[in-house]
Write a protein that binds this ligand. Structure first.
Ligand code: AMP
Ligand code: ZN
Length: 508
């Protein structure tokens, strides 16, 4: 079965055929966070979607290389750095650390490459030099460099591939220096911005004098460096379509680095916004929830992730706390069915301590029976249809209902239970939803994360709560309490091992 997806470039649903002639390797880039503040769950809707795309491609048998950049220099960051009176890296690294913690809580796989814009300044300069040499970029008197839309179009190139632009209304020769601008001010955009006093210490030397890159060139340079001049998939939220992605195409294709007939990116995927009361969740409107806001209300990362994955990525989705309550109930139904089937199949507690990152599509832990191919097939055909998660969840819930009936009537054999567990865990792994069994048979915490709560572990298991309490006691040097917890854990059938990297919890 072939995967079909909506390609913004074609404005239609297309069959996914990777550039790799062997049809195996897939390069995927997703614009990463701008680290000037905490990310909100609207931002995470986009990253959870990217994670789903990756997991599903792996499930389909592709060998995916997932790149997500960290935007650690652009206009908003510089403004905040100035206010904070901190060095750039010190300022951005605090938000970056929080971002990755949240990403982990949402059980997103770490991208294979996480390039930082500030580490790729040389590549950006080289790309700008190519654009100048090809006559589609020009230097201004202050030492900035701009991309010339007129020259680019004059070479027969198409500006406006992702969005329709009205060039009759375009004010030719205008320039825009800020990283974000509206379609009305369609104009030459900055590739390199000459140093101004407000930039403080944030500048790099270049052939045009001291300055810093524009935001758009950052993604062109990093993506092409890591994935090559042409790659398969580029993702981001719909707000990035213009100007960010349009400018990325112009810069990357304007440099003429692709082989003849190839584009910069074959498929562009854009996720719709997460809304709150009908408005885009955003920092500027002040209507946002961060992940920690929701954890503080008692929800788990797994529940938030599940909620974000209940809506199709191209549909705007209204976030409410009631919706999150509903997500909790839905997940519970699935996990309860899974637990009952695991008990029936008499699975021994799993031995594996950590969830391997790429288990997707491989077989579930401790299960060796064949999965239910009809169920998996129905799930796959739903997902092949442009990631139709609504149909996929419909299939899951119908199947769970059926299995619950079989469980209560005694119609499910031990062998069938084993196969069913395998099937359901396969599907849950594609969605990146930790299974209850994983959560209740082992755990691991890093020493430096002793303060993290159970919220990111999904269903709290008493033993895990105790492990975290013990870590907290150890941190507070209350060794008596720590030892008492160890004994209590033993009584519950768990052993705790202290390793140089942190504490491990295992079934006795
Ligand atoms: P930023 O950190 O602002 O660069 O945004 C990171 C990602 O989040 C980008 O792909 C944005 O398009 C996306 N994004 C921002 N706001 C929302 C929202 N309300 N819903 C979904 N995605 C969003
Ligand atoms: Zn980008």
């Amino acid at each position: 079965m072939a995967l079909k997806l909506f390609n913004t470039l074609a404005r239609s649903v297309q069959e996914f055929v990777p550039l790799d002639s062997a049809g195996k390797k897939v390069g995927m880039y997703c614009c990463g966070p701008t680290v000037y503040d905490l990310a909100h769950i609207g931002n995470f809707r986009t990253f959870v979607f990217a994670d789903l795309v990756r997991r599903y491609l792996v499930f389909k048998g592709y060998d995916v290389r997932h790149v997500m950049n960290v935007t650690d220099v652009e206009d908003k960051i510089i403004a905040r750095v100035r206010e904070a009176k901190m060095p750039l890296r010190d300022f951005t690294s605090q938000y970056e650390a929080e971002f990755f913690k949240d990403l982990q809580t949402l059980n997103c796989l770490l991208p294979h490459d996480v390039p930082h814009a500030t580490d790729y300044i040389a590549e950006m300069i080289a790309l700008i030099e190519k654009l100048i040499a090809r006559g589609v970029a020009y230097k201004t008197a202050d030492g900035s460099v701009y991309f010339s839309i007129e020259k680019y179009r004059g070479c027969g190139c198409h500006y406006g591939q992702l969005v329709k632009l009205n060039f009759d209304e375009m004010r030719v020769g205008e320039r825009v220096s800020s990283d974000e601008y509206a379609k009305e001010s369609l104009a030459d955009f900055a590739l390199w911005k000459a140093r101004v006093p407000e930039d403080g210490d944030v500048f790099w030397p270049s052939p045009w004098g001291a300055g810093r890159p524009g935001w758009h060139i950052e993604c062109s340079a990093m993506s092409m460096k890591l994935l090559g001049p042409s790659f398969d998939l580029h993702l981001g939220g719909e707000d990035l379509m213009f100007p960010h992605h349009e400018d990325e195409i112009a810069q990357s294709e304007g440099a003429g680095v692709q082989t003849a007939g190839q584009r910069f990116v074959k498929y562009w995927l854009h996720g719709a916004h997460l809304l709150v009361e009908g408005k885009k969740m955003s920092k500027s409107l002040g209507n946002f929830f961060t992940l920690r806001d929701l954890l503080a209300k008692g929800f788990t990362g797994t529940e938030v992730r599940y909620l974000l994955l209940t809506a199709h990525y191209r549909e705007t989705f209204n976030f409410t706390l009631e919706g999150l309550q509903g997500a909790r109930a839905g997940l519970k139904r699935i996990y309860q069915c899974l637990d009952s089937m695991r008990q029936l199949a008499q699975f021994a507690p799993m031995q594996k301590l950590e969830l391997a990152p790429d288990i997707v599509g491989v077989q579930a832990f401790g299960v060796t029976t064949e999965p239910d191919r009809t169920f998996i097939g129905r799930f796959e055909s739903a997902m092949d249809n442009d990631f139709n998660v609504s149909a996929a969840w419909g299939t899951v819930f119908e199947w769970v209902r059926e299995k619950n009936r079989d469980l209560s009537s005694g119609a499910m054999s031990e062998k069938e239970a084993s196969s069913n567990v395998h099937s359901l865990e396969m599907v849950l792994n594609v969605f990146g939803l930790r299974t209850a069994t994983f959560e209740t048979t082992s755990a691991f915490i890093k020493t430096d994360e002793a303060s993290i709560t159970l919220d990111d572990q999904g269903t709290p298991e008493p033993a895990m709560r105790l492990m975290f309490e013990r870590e907290a006691a150890r941190k507070a040097k209350d060794f008596k309490r720590a030892d008492a917890i160890r004994d209590e854990l033993k009584r519950l059938g768990w052993v705790i091992e202290d390793t140089p990297n942190g504490a491990r919890l295992k079934r006795l």
